[in-house]
Design a protein around this ligand. Structure first.
Ligand code: IZC
Ligand code: ZN
Length: 414
């Protein structure tokens, strides 16, 4: 048994009521100016004003005492949407986008996601592991302690399984907790060009059952978008996934409003992601169903598009989470601090709302809130020491590295 005592911390944390925070509650953060955190075997035993915790410690004699220097301490970030299992960058496509060629046009010409598919299919499992692990380490250095990673650059059963094995190995061989998502419905592969229905059949009858049998993905996600998967196809795939026990997520209304937000609400998805073009009607349906909006402002930034209407979503009562979307195409960014800054300055979330969005609501968006997302007894001792005295430093120190130390299960990992 290892007992650790963290003192002289200025803690900021959302309080978990057993569901994601929405509306006015999204900005409710508990601040404990001079606090201490007592941990046992990587979990939080107690957190509160220093004198209270010190009183409890008298009977426990901690193995180690760590002084947080009066700095701001917040929960470790949860990044609930990434595609960071890939091999090779797409810099030439970035140049094409700078010249004005749209993201979906590059995909239509056989590039985009399909160029990553070629690279991932050709890579050995070891090569893919190395590149994924490297990026995961970088996310950790930016304060991410739990991360969702999607497959979706295999688009054939064996290559999708290879990705999911790599994602699983990153979870076992890095300090990060990794949540794996199957995203065979990410694009239509060349072999099925002109036959998207044939590919949907293969996902439903071959890929999904095999992934379910192997038990290596918790969620199933679909890219519901013009030229990719229609509303009807997305619904069929997600209903089949749900019947097999997967949690479900949707890339919804990223470029065009196909009604993805409404679909997410009606199929009982845990979250809908992107939502740049989502309609009021779709957002209201999400609020009524309790669907979490996972917003990806670094993608809007990278695509040069207006941000999703985060402020309006909070007003409507939709619980908002934030994620990087880290991928080699539309958004090469593994930094939650960067996303936090964009959310505050670009989407007008308050720093408190953005803190909830990058911790507790993000933990709900990947089904992990029982063990992380807030600093409360029983949860993992995953937390960050920041430069400065309040979480606003994350937006204020633009492009800096405000994360000074990362603790995962009470162990210092950065
Ligand atoms: O590789 O382009 N939007 N999927 C949907 C992506 C971006 C990832 C990519
Ligand atoms: Zn994505």
């Amino acid at each position: 048994m290892t007992v650790k005592l963290f003192v002289n911390a200025r803690c900021f944390t959302p309080i978990d009521p057993g569901r994601p925070l929405s509306g006015n509650d999204q900005g409710m953060i508990r601040e404990i100016p001079r606090s201490a955190i007592l941990t046992q075997d990587g979990r939080i035993l107690q957190i509160g004003p220093e004198p209270e915790v010190l009183e409890a410690v008298r009977h426990l004699s901690p193995d180690q005492e760590i002084d947080c220097g009066g700095h701001c301490v917040i929960p470790g970030f949860v990044d609930p949407h990434t595609h960071l299992c890939f091999h090779g960058l797409r810099e030439s496509e970035f140049s094409m986008r700078l010249e004005g060629i749209p993201y979906l046009e590059i995909l239509r010409r056989g590039g985009g996601i399909l160029s990553s598919v070629k690279r991932v299919r050709a890579a050995t499992e070891e090569e893919l592991f190395k590149s994924t692990q490297q990026l995961a380490q970088s996310a950790l250095a930016h304060g991410t302690t739990t991360i969702e990673i999607k497959s979706g650059y295999g688009l054939e059963t064996q290559a999708e399984l290879k990705m999911l094995r790599v994602i699983d190995r990153v979870g076992r061989q890095s300090p990060l907790d990794v949540v794996p998502t199957f995203m065979g419905a990410h694009a239509i592969p060349e072999e099925f060009a002109g036959d998207s229905e044939g590919f949907v059949e293969m996902i439903i009858h071959e890929m999904l059952p095999e992934v379910a049998t192997q038990g290596i993905a918790r969620f199933c996600d679909v890219f519901c978008e013009e030229g990719v998967f229609s509303i009807a196809q997305s619904r069929r795939i997600l209903e089949a996934a749900r019947a097999l026990g997967f949690g479900i997520k949707i890339h919804a209304d990223e470029v065009h409003d196909l009604g993805g937000a409404g679909l997410a609400a009606s199929v009982g998805a845990l979250s809908a992601e992107h939502l740049l073009a989502a309609s009021d009607e779709g957002l209201k349906a999400m609020a009524a169903a309790g669907t979490i909006a996972v917003l990806l402002p670094a993608t809007a930034y990278s695509l040069g598009k207006p941000f999703a209407r985060g402020r309006e979503m909070i007003r409507l009562g939709v619980p908002v989470a934030l994620a990087t979307d880290c991928n080699p195409g539309s958004c090469f960014c593994e930094s939650i601090p960067f996303v936090f800054g964009l959310a505050v300055l670009g989407m007008k979330l308050s720093p408190e709302e953005a803190l909830t969005a990058t911790t507790l609501n993000a933990a709900y968006a990947v089904g992990q809130a029982k063990s992380c997302g807030s600093l409360e007894p029983g949860k993992k001792a995953d937390f960050l020491i920041l430069e400065g005295q309040t979480p606003a430093i994350l937006a204020y120190h633009a492009g800096g590295s405000p994360v000074k130390a990362v603790y995962k299960g009470a162990e210092r990992v950065v």
